[in-house]
Ligand binder design. Sequence first.
Ligand SMILES: Cc1cc2nc3c(=O)[nH]c(=O)nc-3n(C[C@H](O)[C@H](O)[C@H](O)COP(=O)(O)OP(=O)(O)OC[C@H]3O[C@@H](n4cnc5c(N)ncnc54)[C@H](O)[C@@H]3O)c2cc1C
Length: 463
Amino acid sequence: MNPIDPAALDALRTLLGPGGLRSNDVAGTLDPGITPGNLDAGVVAFPASVEQVAAVVRLCAGHGIPMVPQGGRTGLAGGAVSAPGQLVVSTARLDRILDLDPLAGTAVVEAGVTLGRLQEAAAEHGLSVGIDLAARDSATLGGMVSTNAGGIEAFRHGTTRQRVLGLQAVLPSGEVMDDRKRVTKANEGYDIKQLLIGAEGTLGIVTAIVFSLVPLQPGQGTALVACSGAAEAVSLFRRLRNATGPDLLAAEILWPDFARITARGLGLEALVAFAPGDSVYLLVEVAGDSAEQAADHLERHLADAIEAGEAQDAVLAKNAEERRRMWLIREESWEADKAFPHGFWYDVSVPQGALDGYARALFSSAAGLDPAMKVFLFGHLGDGNMHLTVTTGREMPELHEAVDAAVFAGLAECGGSFSAEHGIGLEKRAHLARRGDPAKLALMRTIKQALDPLGIMNPGKVI
Ligand SMILES: Cc1cc2nc3c(=O)[nH]c(=O)nc-3n(C[C@H](O)[C@H](O)[C@H](O)COP(=O)(O)OP(=O)(O)OC[C@H]3O[C@@H](n4cnc5c(N)ncnc54)[C@H](O)[C@@H]3O)c2cc1C
């Protein structure tokens, strides 16, 4: 694709003012985030208001310039990747928390605010966003809306989609859709904001969001539990989820190879040494009025679970540092990549009842492909969203299709999904084209064509 017409660049520079457009040494001065290709466009616009976003979009529509919206660049599916001739539209300067109403439990934010910043602001009022993920300090709320991010608490509070009351976005025509409702009930025809949520920037640029917040329970109790298998871990999850008292807020499952490889990489082997060799680990966290109440609750219910055969053993975090270390073992998943590079990564959903069988079948078919094949499997047990890398530690392009087939086997039949929470982006387009329901795909294309007839909004992503 040709670079952007210099006259259009000049017009953008004038429109956005000082600091509003970067076109020199973008790659050398900005952090590309997770995917190096995010900054390949080489030109980044930084609008500072919804009016500026709308003016940028109108200008691009007039010159036929494709745009790639970007937030924190933490997306894991390549949705923010750009190419020469395209304009990256960054939300970095849309970074204001416009209103936080503690009584109503709502927050109105611009799209470039990070999750971590809203979490902090909400906590000052005894509130929580109800969503949490490891990239909290870089991921923006606009990016999370656009990928419908899930994360650790989704089983309790829903994915981002369920937390959004209202939305403001600039459509590919340059029109502003302002639907910043602050109420749960607003049946006013088609719920267009839900189309933009999870659209990965292909239907418009999200500029502001109204979130519904949830009460923050300040006291945490955290434990690492050994279970004899995934089915037992699911039973333990049910026990803790249904117990009255402090709420279960996290239930992260780690198969033994994954737990051990991350623990080893972090120098934390001692933390996982309490479990028998083939146990799966469950990292659970409950939250209540105080840390003592939460820890007592957890200890009592874990003792009952051990007696009932749902758990083999458990270690409770004695202090904040121990809790942090337990979370590191779950969140530093790149340690698996460091030890065994060149793996193929996946993000799938499996109904809880089918998880044990799914995991066993996957381990067995991976070993059948190559005895040296490792499957590092972990994820959000509460909603069945599993992350995994399949690897021998060496490059193996010849096995990619066979590994795909092993990972996706049985998912559609059991009601799971090949694409759980990271979106389609660039990386899963072929899978969507192959595995998506044909009628649904046709509708998606019709919607894209209706909203973006020029095809300038994050082209080539999703469909
Ligand atoms: C360590 C780590 C842990 C993670 N854990 C989780 C997890 O638990 N759950 C989960 O769901 N994800 C997780 N992610 C993935 C990632 O954090 C989320 O996808 C997040 O929502 C992306 O936000 P972002 O601001 O970085 O978006 P970006 O990466 O900048 O963009 C992602 C997509 O959204 C589009 N986009 C961004 N902003 C806008 C906007 N304002 N309007 C329209 N489109 C826009 C982009 O075009 C792109 O398609 C994790 C990532 C990392 C690195």
